[in-house]
Design a protein. Sequence first.
Length: 128
Amino acid sequence: MKVIQELIAYFERRGRLTPPQIHKLLDQGLLAGDAPPNMLGLCEPIGATYYSLVSGDSYGSVWGTDTYTGDSALAPAAVHAGVVQTGETAVVKVTVVQPLLQYQGSARNGVSSQDYGHYGTAYRLACV
């Protein structure tokens, strides 16, 4: 699945895949795998993109706002980011980004995230 996701991300970044084409791949089950608990071990290289099937949850450790530490729990981070609601299951786009020097916590969508200093890996979430 990871190789397929890397190919999809490669063509998407170059504008060779349209949103309808991506949704067609999703509908065929070729694009998204079940979400891991966090992004540890997947947060490289910067710019890598993954599509994961996430079931929104309001419980779990989350550090940051909009940009999350690589060890932040994916399900509550997705709820915090507003890309999925608690109890909803949806495909989300996870993009590995440059780590921040400081992560600012906040309360959003029923999930509270925490502040954190520098952490070596980071990701951002988006709707598909």
